[in-house]
Design a protein around this ligand. Structure first.
Ligand code: TXA
Ligand code: MG
Length: 349
């Protein structure tokens, strides 16, 4: 399949959005930018389109898609059962990086929701995403626009690398602002429950909702007997080709341990990747060191994480060591992705 690549600038934006709308209206699938990561969108009311999306990503079909809308009132087109809390959250956080799980209505096919009676809904704030949905009049069922298992795309190049030749069009709007996928909150349970941490933090949700819980599987980790409520959270994700190991503890101990392990690996002739923060870059004696950003700039770290995981694949390293991060605020989302990328391989020093 020939994939059209539409690069957005001031002059081309309207034309590209019109072209993408046309493709979507004919049942095609289009990668588009959102403020979190690039998504791969298609008509959410069309079950066959959902199947195309799963096939292009190589994604298991029991893993539901998030439906993207353009204004708060669109909620009523997807669900007949909207609790007051949903309107409250929409008012406060939309457009923005928050997905709500609600009961689905009959117009949403089960192939979009992976067989569930609920649907994930979000209103993205990226102007291109917003215009595309509003102008096409099509609600977009859209997972992240990466091949299943790879890090989510935060640059158009990542989408091109994974999906070129597999989808109808890629809208290239440059780099993404946040770089981690949306926070998912389930409003169908007695107490609203976070199924995936993101830019909208536990603390921010608690302030609006009063009561909010974290899905237990997020705390214990998959494979420790608790099944995550978001089907997608059970799969190995974001995994670079080389084994990633997280080293946690007192900063000096962490640096010493990574230096020691790097020396051991290099002595065996292995290429080692190290993920660190700006403050610590100069403290490593070997390895290929990538700087995630300043430890005090969590958003920078979030923004660079997936790109660096992809870079290590290109650099062809044999193993990767990363510093751990404290899990307050945005740190919870960063560690959630890092721990999954590491397949839960963590060393405490
Ligand atoms: O930021 C984002 O959310 C991006 C952009 C494109 O909007 N999308 C994204 O989609 O990350 P995806 O498909 O890569 O991740 C969706 C996650 C999966 O873990 C899935 O299992 C969960 O949302 N999910 C979707 N619908 C659900 C539902 N009805 N119940 C529970 N979990 C659901
Ligand atoms: Mg994804």
């Amino acid at each position: 399949m020939n994939t059209i690549i539409g690069k957005i600038d001031k002059d081309s934006q309207d034309r590209i959005i019109a072209q993408a709308s046309e493709i979507l209206s004919k049942g095609g699938i289009v990668a588009f930018p959102t403020e979190t990561v690039y998504g791969l969108g298609g008509n959410a009311y069309d079950g066959d389109v959902a199947k195309k999306i799963y096939a292009a990503k190589g994604r298991p079909s029991d893993n539901p898609l998030i439906v993207h809308i353009a204004c708060n009132d669109d909620l009523e087109k997807l669900s007949d059962d909207i609790p007051d809390k949903a309107w409250l959250l929409a008012e406060k956080f939309w457009p923005g990086p928050l997905t709500m799980i609600l009961k689905k209505n009959d117009r949403i096919p089960y192939s979009v929701t992976g067989g569930l009676d609920t649907v994930g809904i979000r209103m993205p704030s990226h102007p291109v995403a917003n215009k595309l949905i509003a102008e096409s009049g099509i609600y977009l069922a859209a997972p992240s626009a990466n091949l299943s298992g790879r890090p989510s795309p935060t640059k158009a190049e990542h989408v091109i690398e994974d999906l070129s030749g597999r989808i109808d069009m890629i809208i290239d709007a440059g780099n993404i602002d946040i770089g981690l996928e949306s926070t998912i909150v389930d409003l169908t349970c007695p107490v609203p429950t976070i199924l995936r941490p993101g830019y909208i933090t536990f603390e921010m949700l608690k302030e609006v909702l009063g009561d909010v819980e974290l899905d237990k599987a997020l705390m214990t980790g998959v494979g420790v007997g608790v099944k995550p409520k978001a089907p997608g959270m059970k799969y190995r994700h974001y995994a670079p080709k080389a084994q990633l190991t997280i080293v946690e503890g007192n900063t000096d101990n962490v640096i010493n341990k990574i230096n020691e392990m790097t020396a051991e690996e290099e002595a065996k002739g292995h290429r080692v990747g190290i993920m660190t923060t700006t403050e610590n870059v100069s403290k490593y004696q070997g390895g290929i060191v990538l700087d995630l950003g300043s430890v005090s700039e969590r958003l920078q770290i979030a923004n660079h994480l997936f790109d660096e995981l992809r870079q290590f694949d290109t650099l062809d390293v044999d193993c990767i060591f990363s510093e751990g991060f404290s899990e307050d605020g945005l740190g919870q989302a960063i560690m959630n992705r890092l721990v999954k990328a590491a397949g839960h391989k963590i060393i405490n020093v």
